[in-house]
Ligand binder design. Structure first.
Ligand code: FCB
Length: 420
């Protein structure tokens, strides 16, 4: 059992320790991009308060902590020799975790690309995959004597779709289907980085994919085709190549121009585990306007989170058993994120029910033969929720963003007692 966070969402200190700007600094400082113009400039100030946050984890009693390394702290320009101050920060963090008996699980890319690389076309460029592998090597050179479990990328589908296709996240591009190369280059970066990590002693290398079980809105053929397409873009585009070395057939032609000989072998470098982030299932119908491929429909009759996301614990069981049935060689699985946003309350019975329901679904999946090795709650702290700024509160611990005071919620005590 663990908790999960991400660099830009909690660290703040964006101009300290030699950190360079990331695409999220640029994006959040562009008027109209985030709710209320919120930025990650200060966030939870975890960069200065990390010891307090580690103490909270120790009190909670979790065995593992998934955090992300901010690439622009390690390579302010995205290339070249690593910045010692940036490495020092994560070095101290890893030691602080070890001192508290907590396993460090770093993610190397949680969306905060160095702006200098975006200026050279970001993940639209194959170069970024090569740079990512170099960066991974630098981090592992420093931490690899203590860290053996690594995550390369977080949710490449969300980064491609929101960042490059629709423009709702950094870098804010609106390329629609032209964003497809971003999938391939991220996956290539994953495979190249996995090899760098292994060479430095990593024993558990994984990628974290955002997965959702997809259902058609009806059994009509048009709804079924739309659901199949959605499943292809959201799930299979990222799971198939890493697990089978092939892209879904209907996407092969679109991807062909950027695929070079040998790429798919690199991408399919065997995984030790698959990381899965699950929040909700998706109901898909035929498109209602021209030029679209599918229409996402509301799921009726279930509670919704503060974000408006439907709460369907059974979806996690369905997802896990579905993956086992689809991929013969499915490696062990970690749920690397699961959680919900609630109103700004301390008595968050809603979150307790959410977590309890989803842990039950994981238990059923294990009973049905899925090899689930771990579960990480999103998130330890309320934090900068991307385009939604500070409006969505996902924390087991409340953060007052004026004083930066941390206050454990009822769900924190519930989980602590359950873990004991
Ligand atoms: C996931 C992201 C994570 C957080 C949660 C709510 O898609 O990986 O950073 O924003 O959603």
């Amino acid at each position: 059992m663990g908790v999960s966070t991400a660099g830009y969402q909690i660290e703040g200190a964006v101009a300290e320790g030699g950190r360079g700007p990331s695409i999220w600094d640029t994006f959040s400082h562009t008027p109209g991009r985030t709710l209320n113009g919120d930025t990650g400039d200060v966030a939870c100030d975890h960069y200065h308060r990390w010891e307090e946050d580690l103490d909270l984890m120790a009190e909670l009693g979790v065995g593992a902590y998934r955090f992300s390394v901010a690439w622009p702290r390690i390579q302010p320009d995205g290339t070249g020799a690593p910045n010692p101050d940036g490495l020092d920060f994560y070095d101290r963090l890893v030691d602080g975790l070890a001192a508290r008996g907590i396993t460090a699980v770093p993610t190397l890319f949680h969306w905060d690309l160095p702006q200098a690389l975006e200026d050279r076309d970001g993940w639209l460029s194959r170069e970024t995959a090569l740079r990512f592998a170099e960066y991974a090597g630098h981090v592992a050179d420093r931490l690899g004597d203590r860290v053996t479990r690594w995550i390369t990328l977080n949710e490449p589908v969300v980064h491609m779709a929101q960042g490059y296709a629709w423009g709702t996240h950094a870098p804010g591009r609106t390329l629609n289907l032209e964003a497809l190369p971003v999938a391939h280059h991220q996956l290539l970066g994953h495979g190249l980085a996995a090899r760098q990590l292994r060479e430095r002693g990593a024993t558990e290398v994984m990628i974290t994919n955002n997965c959702t079980p997809v259902s058609p809105a009806s059994d009509s053929e048009v709804d079924q085709v739309a659901a199949m397409l959605y499943d292809g873009f959201h799930n299979r585009l990222f799971n198939d190549p890493v697990l089978t070395g092939k892209y879904p057939e209907f996407l092969e032609e679109g991807l062909a121009p950027v695929i070079q000989d040998g790429d798919l072998e690199i991408i399919a470098t065997p995984l030790d585990a698959l990381g899965i982030n699950y929040y909700n299932p998706t109901l898909v119908g035929a498109p209602t306007s021209e030029g679209e491929m599918f229409d996402l429909r509301p799921i009726e009759g279930v509670p919704t989170t503060a974000f408006g996301w439907p709460v369907v614990p059974e979806g996690l069981h369905e997802l896990l058993t579905g993956l086992k049935n689809t991929y013969e060689n499915l490696p062990p699985v970690y749920i690397t994120e699961n959680g919900c946003s609630t109103d700004d309350v301390l008595d968050d019975q809603f979150r307790i029910d959410y977590l309890d329901g989803h842990l039950g679904a994981v238990k059923r999946a294990i009973q049905d033969g899925v090899d689930v090795r771990g579960y990480f709650v999103w998130s330890l702290l309320d934090n900068f929720e991307w385009a939604e700024g500070y409006s969505q509160r996902f924390g087991l611990v409340r953060v007052d963003f004026k004083t930066l005071t941390r206050t454990p919620r009822a769900s924190f005590r519930w989980l602590r007692d359950a873990l004991r």
